[in-house]
Design a protein around this ligand. Structure first.
Ligand code: ACO
Length: 362
């Protein structure tokens, strides 16, 4: 028996779905979400409007901005009512793992579409876990606020400034969807079995947590901390590359040029007017890392990805680094739910093939 087939270990270039939701052009460095370029969305179109647009494109129903805002506000409030049960599932776990348990504890809520329950629940669970880790009681949501403003309020116990809410909203919009990334693909695989959206989103979050995907921003700050001073940049970066380590916040499977989200988020950082971090040092690290990667991998363009400025922005918003991946999920839940709905509507089970490398009995 001859076994022959072309495999791509990372499924590079394999088209796994047809979608109306988002498009990544890796050669041109372009990201389209819900029919608009990411640079035209962030800071201009609120997260609620984009989420409603994604759900509408996925074909659940037409959901206008005001309705999406209402649904998410109600969902936050309903999640808070169930918070003791949700948090008990996360007992004893650190924030990012507790978030997995919390999301897994969600289920249908009467009068709300499942997608709204899921997207609305995310910041309630994330902020309550952060507060619990500090020994603080959770803060009840304010359903009339925007999703970003309420996230900051629930985190801190005090309302954030308007500019801060706008910057977090820009992050949520920028990270809301991104083609067939690993977590979205996971959501679609689960949804393709006609499992419900709660199953699909729980699985998607698990896929998000790894450092090759949504787990990178915390390590970006660890890297900047370890470098510490301008004089140490070259030695630290070059030694990491010599040890064959990956520089967090650089490189991408699809982009062959700079990730367009990096510039959008760098601009959002500038709105804040202050950060805890030396931005000059961060820019110098970025410049040296890009140059060192060009030297180390001349045949493989590796540039700044979304996570570098995500880390700096979320830190400036006083979000602790152990919550970065759950906050990423607050944003990406919009895309995950829309993709799960879109996939379910195709009615087609995702079931690829494999190449057998084992013994063949005679
Ligand atoms: N630092 C150093 N070397 C790198 C980096 C990096 N950041 N990224 C890729 N390389 C190297 C690889 O080790 C590989 O080297 P080799 O040929 O000697 O084995 C070569 O460049 C080619 O890499 P690919 O295999 O084409 O990269 P891949 O598509 O698998 O990786 C990924 C994409 C996972 C994002 C990678 O660039 C990486 O690990 N980056 C660091 C982690 C990170 O920033 N993750 C967040 C990604 S954005 C997101 O998911 C939201």
């Amino acid at each position: 028996m001859t076994i022959h087939s072309k495999t791509s270990a990372g499924l590079d270039g394999v088209v796994a779905a047809a979608t109306a939701l988002s498009h990544v052009d890796g050669e041109r460095g372009e990201l389209i979400i819900g029919g608009a370029r990411v640079g035209d969305l962030a800071g201009r179109v609120p997260f609620e409007a984009l989420t409603g647009r994604l759900w509408s494109l996925a074909g659940s129903a037409t959901v206008a901005e005001t309705e999406a805002r209402r649904l998410l506000g109600v969902a936050r409030a309903r999640t808070f009512e169930r918070l003791p049960a949700i948090l008990s599932a996360a007992e004893g776990l650190p924030v990012a793992a507790g978030f997995r348990a919390g999301v897994a504890a969600l289920g249908p809520v009467s009068g709300l579409p499942d997608e709204a329950v899921l997207v609305g629940a995310m910041p309630v669970i994330a902020t309550a876990l952060v507060r619990r880790s500090r020994g603080e009681a959770p803060v009840a949501p304010h359903p009339a606020l925007g999703h970003a403003a309420d996230t900051l309020r629930m985190l801190r116990g005090l309302p954030g400034g308007e500019t801060e809410a706008r910057a977090l909203d820009a992050y949520l919009v920028t990270a809301s969807d991104h083609g067939m990334n690993a977590s979205t693909f996971t959501a679609r695989v689960v949804a393709s079995t006609q499992a419900d959206l709660f199953m699909a989103v729980t699985a998607a979050y698990c896929a998000l947590t790894g450092p090759l995907h949504g787990g990178a921003p915390g390590p970006v700050l660890d890297m900047l901390d370890a470098i510490g001073t301008r004089g140490n940049i070259a030695a630290w970066v070059d030694a990491a590359l010599a040890r064959k380590e990956r520089l967090m916040g650089f490189g991408h499977r699809v982009y062959r040029v700079r990730d367009p989200r990096a510039d959008v988020l760098r601009e959002a950082v500038s709105w804040l007017g202050r950060t805890r971090r030396d931005l000059g040092l961060a820019a110098a690290v970025e410049a040296h890392a890009r140059e060192a990667l060009r030297r180390a991998k001349p045949d493989r363009p590796l540039d700044t990805n979304v996570e570098f400025y995500t880390a700096i922005l979320l830190e400036a918003l006083e979000i602790p680094r152990e919550a970065f991946t759950p906050i990423f999920a607050v944003a990406r839940a919009a895309g995950w739910t829309a993709h799960a709905i879109e996939q379910q509507r195709t009615g087609r089970l995702l079931r690829p093939d494999s190449v057998y490398l084992g013994e063949v009995p005679g």
